[in-house]
Design a protein around this ligand. Structure first.
Ligand SMILES: [Zn+2]
Length: 149
């Protein structure tokens, strides 16, 4: 009898916590939808990230990786500096599109600055300054975060 009562008491607490949580969530939703038309880009940022499953390979500016295009200039005219971090992506991602790729550039934002003949659909090529680093990256299937403009 004692045990049963304790159990009942715990259930009431759990229910109370659940109700509290739902109330908070509802409030948040109403608040966001009311404000969304005039909010700044920063405040609605979380809603503009899309996660896309991608096959991520790597390349460097060498002739082995770029063939005839190994001139140190990306497809959008960016002159590559040592230590640059950017990606080559399919045309569906405009130049300047921001992405977060786990393990690349310390998992910080990088931009799409280049294209590649085999970089089609859900494929990305991350840029490294040396061929060895590109080889070390290998091929990774990752959930890439894409910032929708
Ligand atoms: Zn290379």
């Amino acid at each position: 009898m004692q045990l049963k009562m304790n159990y009942g008491f715990v259930s009431v607490i759990v229910a109370a916590i659940a109700i509290t949580c739902i109330s908070i969530c509802d409030f948040g939703t109403v608040y966001a939808s009311k404000r969304s038309p005039e909010t700044t880009a920063d405040s609605i940022k979380p809603h503009q990230w899309q996660t896309v499953r991608m096959r991520v390979t790597a390349y460097c500016p060498c002739p082995l990786c770029c063939g005839e295009y190994s001139d140190g200039i990306t497809a959008n005219g960016h002159k590559i500096d040592p230590g640059d971090t950017f990606v080559a992506a399919d045309k569906r991602y405009a130049f300047g599109t921001e992405m977060i790729i786990a393990g690349y550039n310390n998992s910080q934002l990088v931009k799409v600055l280049d294209r590649g003949g085999t970089i089609i659909g859900n494929r990305l090529d991350v840029f490294f300054n040396t061929h060895q680093k590109a080889v070390n990256w290998g091929v990774k299937d990752l959930a890439v975060k894409v910032y929708l403009n």
